[in-house]
Ligand binder design. Structure first.
Ligand code: NAP
Length: 304
C-alpha cells in the first residue's frame, strides 16, 4: 500500500519567512496548580530540547486560577526574564480578544491595550504571532484590520493569525488587511473532525495559512475515551500505533500531520516526557487506508 508523504521536519509560518517546528507546544494549562517558575522553565526546555520551537499562549490562560487573567503569560514572562537567551530560541505566539466576563472585545481601544499588556506580562518587545482568540461579532473587520496592522507597523507583532474564526470571518478580515494572515487555530483532533469537510482547511490551503490544531487529543478525552464513538476512534488509533510502535497520543498527532494542509498539532501536555514523546509523530507513516479508517471511526459512518 502506498504511503502518504512524511511531514516536513521544518516549515514556515504561513507565507512568512519564520521557520517553525511541525509540532507546537501550548501553555493553556501552564499556570495550573500554582506551578513554580523552575517547573515552568523545565517544560519550556523540554519543548525546545525536543525541537518544538512554536510556543502558544494567550492572555486569558490561567484566568480561572489563583493569579487570574494573564497568569500563564506572566509565568512565561518570569521564565524568560530569568533566562533571556530563551526568547530567541522560540517562535512565540499569543492571543487576545477575550475578556471575561464580557465574552469578546476587538474594539481598537481594547485590543491595543490587550496586546500591550501581553507584551508587558511576557516581558518581551515583540511576539512572533498575535492571534485574535475568538471573533467579536460586534467589531467591524476593517477596524480590527487597522488595529492589527498598526501593531505590526509598531514592531509589537511580527505576524497575524486568528483562532475559532469561520471561513467567512477569515475572508472578511483578510479582505481589509494589507498584510497577510499566516495562521488559523481551530479545534482539530480525531474526535473533532468538522474542519476536514467544512471548508476551513481548504481555505487554509488556498490562503497559505498554517492550521494550528488546538486540543489535538480532545483535551485528553482521547486518552480516557468514553462512549462508543470515542472508544472506536481510540481503538483504530491504537491499532495503527501498535503497528508503528508509538502511543495513541503520538498516533493522534501523526494523523493530523498527515493531512496536506500541514496541520501543526499544539501539544497540550504539561509533562516533560509526554511533550518530548510527541515528536515521534514525525516518524509515522500513513496509508490512505489507515488515515481514512480513523476518519470513518470518528464519523461513525462510512465515507459516501
Ligand atoms: P490536548 O493535547 O488535547 O490535551 C492535553 C491534556 O491531555 C492535558 O491535560 C494532558 O495532561 C492530558 N493527557 C493525558 N494523557 C496524555 C498523553 N498520553 N499525552 C498527552 N497529553 C495527555 O490539548 P489541550 O491542552 O486541550 O490544548 C492544547 C493547546 O491548544 C493549549 O495549550 C492551547 O495552546 C491551545 N488551545 C487553544 C484554544 C483556542 O481557543 N484557540 C482552546 C484550547 C486550547 P498532562 O499535562 O498530565 O500530560
Amino acid at each position: 500500500m502506498s504511503q502518504l508523504p512524511a511531514p516536513p521536519a521544518s516549515r514556515t509560518l504561513g507565507t512568512s519567512d519564520i521557520a517553525i517546528s511541525p509540532i507546537a507546544w501550548g501553555m493553556w494549562r501552564l499556570a495550573e496548580g500554582s506551578r513554580s517558575r523552575a517547573d515552568a522553565a523545565a517544560l519550556v526546555h523540554a519543548a525546545l530540547d525536543a525541537g518544538i520551537t512554536l510556543l502558544d499562549t494567550a492572555d486569558i490562560y490561567g484566568f480561572d486560577g489563583t493569579g487570574g487573567f494573564g497568569d500563564a503569560e506572566a509565568l512565561l514572562g518570569e521564565v524568560l526574564a530569568a533566562d533571556p537567551g530563551l526568547r530567541d530560541k522560540m517562535v512565540l505566539a499569543t492571543k487576545g480578544g477575550i475578556m471575561p466576563p464580557l465574552p469578546y472585545d476587538q474594539s481598537r481601544s481594547y485590543l491595543t491595550e490587550a496586546l500591550d499588556k501581553s507584551l508587558a506580562r511576557v516581558k518581551v518587545d515583540t511576539v512572533d504571532l498575535y492571534q485574535i482568540h475568538r471573533p467579536d461579532l460586534l467589531a467591524h473587520p476593517q477596524e480590527v484590520a487597522r488595529t492589527l496592522e498598526d501593531a505590526v507597523s509598531a514592531g509589537k507583532v511580527r505576524t497575524l493569525g486568528v483562532s475559532n474564526f469561520t471561513p467567512a470571518q477569515i475572508d472578511a478580515l483578510a479582505h481589509f488587511l494589507t498584510v497577510p494572515l499566516v495562521s488559523t487555530q481551530p479545534e482539530i483532533s480525531p474526535l473533532r473532525i468538522d474542519c476536514f469537510e467544512n471548508g476551513e482547511l481548504d481555505q487554509a490551503m488556498r490562503m497559505g495559512l498554517t492550521p494550528l490544531a488546538w486540543s489535538p487529543l480532545g483535551g485528553g478525552a482521547l486518552i480516557s475515551p468514553k462512549g462508543a464513538r470515542d472508544i472506536a476512534v481510540a481503538t483504530e488509533l491504537d491499532r495503527i500505533a501498535g503497528e508503528q510502535g508509538v502511543s495513541r497520543s503520538v498516533a493522534a498527532y501523526g494523523w493530523l500531520m498527515a493531512h496536506p494542509a500541514g496541520i501543526v498539532p499544539i501539544v497540550g501536555s504539561q509533562n516533560a516526557e509526554r511533550i518530548a514523546e510527541a515528536t515521534q509523530a514525525l516518524e509515522m507513516r500513513w496509508t490512505r487506508q489507515d488515515w481514512y479508517a480513523v476518519l470513518v471511526a470518528a464519523r461513525g459512518a462510512p465515507m459516501p
